[in-house]
Design a protein around this ligand. Structure first.
Ligand SMILES: Cc1cc2nc3c(=O)[nH]c(=O)nc-3n(C[C@H](O)[C@H](O)[C@H](O)COP(=O)(O)OP(=O)(O)OC[C@H]3O[C@@H](n4cnc5c(N)ncnc54)[C@H](O)[C@@H]3O)c2cc1C
Length: 461
């Protein structure tokens, strides 16, 4: 087996992993990015979640990505709500807006989402990393970790041609399900914590294995005028009564539609089905599409693509040096006293119906750097949806662009502090992030209070 050595090895090339690899490589670290899939972007490309929900604080690398996409035909649009959920029309639907100012997307309440073409996002991410001299290996999976009590020495990665040992001063787990942190013995949690764990006001008395829903997104395109309609046949063995039509619809820049069936499979069902969850979800998708075509006037649209990856919103989460919790979300950035805040966000607490959901009451909240640091391993950071959040906090914090900013913070810390990351200097980290475009003050990254910008008057969802 060949050994290779890098300053930093990032495992997982989704939003968090891209942010981490790009930031570290631009600051001069030698970086290897290991991605199991055939391209980058993770959930936001391969699970078909080509929708950057409006969210405060999505500055730095995600803003740069938007600027690059804007220069490519049919790559990206800001969108405005066009239809809100209704029993007769069970979907929320957005369509391209005339506006092109990215800052309009920086607020949950009054912003607009951004919808992009997934393959183009993948290409832009790969170009940005290649320009920064980051080495990317695709179709390559992390399989094993060599560590002693508190230090990772190397990991084993496998591609179709065999295995390699990768040594690095520092590792970043951006696999979403935190495979590396779990393999290295870090403490993790799954499901909703009991109230006594973090005193969260809306936590249940007892722990509950409740996980945010999973979805399999798909793409439809209009039939040409002279083409006859084709209705998706209903497969045997599917109980159509169990299929719920509620769908989040986004319009691709070329006019196709992205269908995100919100109540297709509970998170626990996906977790318990494990590898067979995808196959089951695919059957339900065909039934879902049959239902929309036959009951909801989509008979002039044709199914052209089903995402190759099941969209999982929640699974294992690290119990790191600080656990972001409901109280942080409620207190809000202005009143939080953490010295190490490296990102902020304002998405609603959103469990898609499996637990109560609600908007934040005190505007955006900050996320401390310690949420990325493990307690057990001195040279490992976690920068993905499995970072150190309570389940309630994760229901708000998980958005793609928020993950990318967390990744940017992890990669910046990796380049600044290397293997001494446990002794990070919070002020130096924050200063560097600000220099590289990450807003850490509301007036720089929150539409509601950004000088000279008027929020769009859009319906409240
Ligand atoms: C259905 C659905 C709808 C959503 N809607 C929105 C939305 O509208 N807007 C929004 O902003 N967010 C949305 N989210 C949330 C958001 O998309 C995700 O939380 C976010 O993209 C996760 O980013 P990540 O970097 O943590 O993980 P991912 O993007 O999932 O990346 C993890 C990467 O790690 C790789 N990997 C895993 N294991 C290994 C291994 N062993 N070796 C190597 N690589 C590995 C995977 O292939 C993957 O590429 C949605 C999520 C879902 C599931």
């Amino acid at each position: 087996m060949n050994n290779v050595h890098y300053d930093l090895c990032v495992v997982g090339g989704g939003s968090g992993g891209f942010g981490a690899a790009c930031a570290a490589a631009r600051l001069g670290a030698s970086v290897l990015l290991v991605e199991a899939g055939p391209g980058l972007g993770g959930t936001s490309t391969r699970a078909g979640v080509n929708n950057y929900e409006p969210v405060a604080g999505a500055t730095g690398l995600p803003q740069e990505i938007f600027d690059r996409l804007k220069d490519i035909p049919d790559a990206v649009t800001l969108q405005r709500p066009w239809a809100t959920y209704h029993p007769d029309r069970p979907w929320g639907w957005t369509k391209p807006a005339d506006e092109t100012d990215y800052r309009l997307s920086l607020s949950r309440r009054s912003g607009v989402p951004i919808v992009f073409e997934p393959d183009i996002l993948d290409r832009v991410m790969q170009d940005m990393l290649t320009d920064a001299d980051c080495r990317i290996v695709l179709k390559t999976r992390f399989t094993k970790v060599n560590y002693d009590r508190e230090h990772i020495h190397s990991i084993v990665i496998e591609d179709p041609n065999g295995s390699k040992i990768v040594e690095a001063n520092l590792f970043i787990d951006a696999t979403a399900d935190i495979y590396l942190a779990r393999a290295a013995g870090c403490r993790t949690a799954i499901g909703v914590e009991a109230r006594e764990v973090y005193n969260e006001p809306t936590a249940p008395e007892q722990p509950e294995l409740v996980l945010n829903n999973a979805s399999l997104c798909y793409r439809v395109t209009p039939f040409k005028d002279d083409e006859p309609s084709q209705i998706q046949p209903l497969l045997d063995l599917i109980d159509i009564e169990r299929i719920r039509p509620v769908t989040s619809i986004r319009t691709y820049p070329n006019g196709d539609l992205n269908m995100n069936p919100l109540h297709m499979m509970s998170g626990v069902e996906a977790y318990e089905l494990g590898k067979s969850a995808y196959e089951e979800a695919e059957k339900r998708i065909y039934a879902h599409w049959h239902m929309l075509q036959t009951h909801y006037e989509f008979d002039r649209w044709r199914l052209v693509w089903i995402s190759p990856m099941l969209g999982v919103r929640e699974s294992y989460r690290l119990i790191g040096q600080y656990v972001l919790r409901e109280q942080d979300l409620e207190t809000g950035l202005e009143a939080q006293t953490h010295p190490d805040i490296i990102a902020f966000a304002d998405h609603a607490l959103d469990f898609h119906g499996v637990r109560p959901s609600r908007q934040l009451t005190n505007g955006p909240y900050g996320i401390p750097f310690r949420c990325l640091l493990t307690k057990e391993i001195d040279n490992l950071l976690v920068a993905c949806r499995g970072a150190s959040f309570s389940s309630i906090a994760a229901s708000s914090c998980r958005l793609s662009r928020t993950m990318m900013v967390l990744g940017q913070a992890a990669g910046t810390a990796a380049a600044l502090f290397g293997k001494n990351v446990q002794h990070y200097d919070a002020r130096a980290l924050r200063d560097r992030l600000k220099q590289n475009g990450v807003a850490l003050a509301l007036s720089e990254g929150y539409l509601e209070v950004m000088p000279g910008l008027t929020p769009l008057q859009t319906p409240r969802w």
